[in-house]
Design a protein around this ligand. Structure first.
Ligand SMILES: CC(=O)N[C@H]1[C@@H](OP(=O)(O)OP(=O)(O)OC[C@H]2O[C@@H](n3ccc(=O)[nH]c3=O)[C@H](O)[C@@H]2O)O[C@H](CO)[C@@H](O)[C@@H]1O
Ligand SMILES: C=C(OP(=O)(O)O)C(=O)O
Length: 441
């Protein structure tokens, strides 16, 4: 089992480039199976375990998928199998995003129920409510959800009780091939929703309003393959912003889109971090002394839950009391115990964590509990006294490309080693037709 070993104390400097967004590329790849004619070419695709998993889900359905040079080509024009078994959904919850496209194009889809995970129970009731409103029958049993429709799905008015990213995406994809008009109210407004809508429209769909709280979709009879470049990963960018801030460094994060990072930029500025929004990216200069602040996670444009644990690492180093309120997932504080192993002083009260800073962080052996926790523990290790060893890197590999190498190039004292202590890069020896990493969401 690989581990990342980081020795605290280096200020980061230089530049780093962010990849295409994991949370944008996964729905875009699943949307490509809506095309009954022509191939899709998806560019700026990050080399991540989750991308291998979604590619494998599609191949298992008989789609032709090729991934090379950060480009995924999908030809899904033949009759596809309409199932995604548990082995894939277990690895990655986003596999449920095949439900909408398969249902709309083939009238049937069967996918393993995702179940809970390390950050919360994460039901898919809103996805299913949307399909039912469009006329589908939904059956749940034996660990699977099966959706069917005799004819075409029918356009419908759908109100989401919560602005769910996945439900908005699944319904938007299904509605693109439905008969008539669908209106999704109280939908998610994340930049990844806009990216998916742009791809669908290139495929011939008629989607308007993505990025606002009401999306309108006029269904069409057929969609075709399209070419699309994925937006930059705002969470990877935010993670490097924290890396610059926590080490008192000065780094340029190339390809970062500041319009997608307003809440993160504001909170870092409240903590006395200096930020310049430049043409080529975002420059971050960390202060000698960080100021405490509070954050509350919310759907976009609120503060992203996917940046909560990285901000916790930063707040541990700030002077004063900081409070984090997690409103999106009910159980996204598993990393608190790991930070405590590094001598952090924190108290969990319901959905709040109260942080007394600055902590006297000490290097320790810690285990990543989810994807963002993995990054957050490494960030804390950048400033802890001595060596921090982070294990359970399968989580990190779901969402960060060459994280240790990128930090090393910025001047961090960090390396990734295998169980024999040899330096490794997780994605170098990959056959691009196979799943690379055994990850679990
Ligand atoms: C692949 C991907 O894009 N993942 C992102 C996506 O996850 P995902 O799409 O799973 O997250 P959702 O926006 O759906 O979930 C938000 C909240 O709604 C709840 N909910 C969701 C659907 C549903 O049918 N019923 C229900 O109750 C969830 O349990 C959670 O409490 O958005 C999350 C919130 O920004 C991010 O943390 C994830 O990184
Ligand atoms: C929670 C995340 O992803 P997923 O929804 O794929 O688990 C994440 O990217 O932080």
């Amino acid at each position: 089992m690989d581990k990342i070993i980081v020795k605290g104390g280096e200020r980061l400097h230089g530049s780093v480039r962010v990849e295409g967004a994991k949370n944008a590329v996964l729905p875009v790849i699943t949307a490509s199976i809506l095309a009954s004619e022509g191939k899709s070419t998806i560019k700026d695709v990050p080399v991540l375990a989750d991308v291998y998993t979604i590619n494998e889900v599609l191949r298992n359905m008989n789609a032709n998928v090729h991934f090379e040079n950060n480009t995924v080509n999908v030809d899904a024009t033949n009759q596809l199998l309409t199932e995604a078994p548990f082995e894939y959904v277990r690895k990655m919850r986003a596999s449920v995003l095949v439900l909408g496209p398969l249902l709309a194009r083939f009238g049937h889809a069967k996918v393993a129920m995702p179940g809970g995970c390390a950050i919360g129970s994460r039901p898919i009731d809103l996805h299913l409510k949307g399909f039912e409103a469009m006329g589908a029958d939904v059956h749940v049993g034996n660990g699977y959800v099966e959706v069917e429709t005799a004819g075409r799905l029918q356009g419908a008015k759908i109100y989401l009780d919560m602005a769910s990213v996945g439900a908005t995406e699944n319904i938007m994809m299904a509605a693109s091939l439905a008969e008539g008009k669908t209106v999704i109210e109280n939908c998610a407004k994340e930049p990844e929703i806009v990216d998916l809508a742009n791809f669908l429209n290139k495929m011939g769909a008629k989607v308007v309003g993505a990025g606002t709280e009401t999306i309108r979709i006029e269904g069409v009879e057929e969609l075709h393959g399209a070419e699309h470049a994925i937006i930059p990963d705002r969470v990877e960018a935010g993670t490097f912003m924290v890396a610059g801030a926590i080490t008192g460094g000065d780094i340029l994060i190339e390809n970062a889109e500041s319009e997608h990072l307003r809440s993160v930029i504001s909170k870092l500025e409240e903590m006395d971090v200096t930020i310049f929004e430049q043409g080529e990216g975002i420059r971050v200069i960390g202060p000698d002394k960080l100021h405490s602040t509070d954050i509350k996670t919310l759907p976009h444009p609120g503060f992203p839950t996917d940046m909560q644990s990285q901000m916790m690492a930063l707040m541990l180093n700030a002077y004063g009391t900081s409070v984090i309120t997690e409103t999106v997932f009910e159980n996204r504080f598993m990393h608190v115990e790991e930070f405590r192993r590094m001598n952090a002083k924190m108290k969990i009260e319901g959905r709040n964590v109260i942080i007394e800073g600055p902590a006297d962080l000490q290097g320790a052996e810690v285990a990543a509990t989810d994807l963002r926790a993995a990054a957050a523990l490494i960030l804390a290790g950048l400033v802890a006294d001595g060596y921090t060893r982070v294990t359970e890197l399968k989580h990190l590999d779901r969402g960060y490309v060459d994280f240790a190498d990128k930090l090393a190039r910025l001047g961090a004292d960090i390396e990734r080693v295998d169980e024999d202590g040899n330096a490794v890069n997780p994605f170098v020896q990959i056959d691009h037709e196979d799943i690379a990493v055994e990850a679990e969401s």
